[in-house]
Design a protein around this ligand. Structure first.
Ligand code: E4P
Length: 219
């Protein structure tokens, strides 16, 4: 499973990149607004750091405007992927963009039927939002399982990005289901490698090593 980071923060992206396991970035208008700088300039800085796909979202709601906005975003760099919402207008925009070779990530996906239709329209990626479903007492991961079954049934190439991840169990379940990608906030990436027994183990090894060095120095 590929790992994307879900942020527009350059420091977080650089740090995650330095771990050597980062495959891409997803941003959205909320994440970009948190950075407080011009979003296009921020995206330019992000693509300088990351080789893999970097999702940038359109903010228009009508097909023609979405396509126009996508054209501008796609000019930033060849690894920009256009995030389009799962609406009928978004579907039509996706069809047109896919015919011109522009990569798309269909965002705010909350049902398997949305996922099937966006795949038919030629979406490169689909992003089911698991955390936001969990928030309303629906099983977010059930949606990912359904999409996986449907995509496998019809040998669909659209890649599933598990989005709106809130904790390491979401990441683990995404991998168990066989999702193609998980897009994970920086704080959760850090938690994926954290284990108290690893920390205790290091502490003990260091203490024993110091003890041995002191003993040897005495001899
Ligand atoms: C994914 O592409 C979205 O940017 C993101 O995962 C949304 O997460 P949230 O529900 O925590 O805002």
């Amino acid at each position: 499973m590929k790992l994307f980071i879900d942020t527009a923060n350059l420091e977080e992206i650089k740090k995650a990149c330095s771990y050597g396991v980062l495959d891409g970035v997803t941003t959205n208008p909320t994440l970009l607004s948190r950075e407080g700088s011009d979003p296009i300039e921020q995206l330019k800085k992000i693509v300088e750091v990351v080789d893999g796909p970097v999702s940038a979202e359109v903010t228009s709601l009508k097909k023609e405007e979405m396509v126009k906005e996508a054209g501008g975003l796609a000019k930033i760099a060849s690894n920009i992927v256009i995030k389009v919402p799962c609406t009928t207008e978004g579907l039509a925009a996706t069809k047109e963009l896919s015919l011109t070779g522009v990569k798309t990530n269909l965002t705010l996906c909350f049902s398997a039927s949305q996922a099937l239709l966006v795949a038919k329209a030629g979406a490169t990626f689909v992003s089911p939002f698991v955390g936001r479903l969990d928030d309303i007492s629906a099983e977010g991961m059930d949606l990912v399982s359904d999409i996986k079954v449907i995509y496998d049934n019809f040998k669909i190439n659209t890649e599933i990005i598990v989005a709106s991840i809130r904790h390491p169990i979401h990441f683990l379940e995404a991998a168990r289901i066989g999702a193609d990608i998980a897009t994970v906030p920086f704080a959760v990436i850090e938690k994926l490698m954290k284990h108290p027994l690893t920390d205790i183990g290091i502490e003990r090894f260091m203490a024993d090593w110091d003890k041995l060095k002191k003993q040897l120095n005495k001899e």
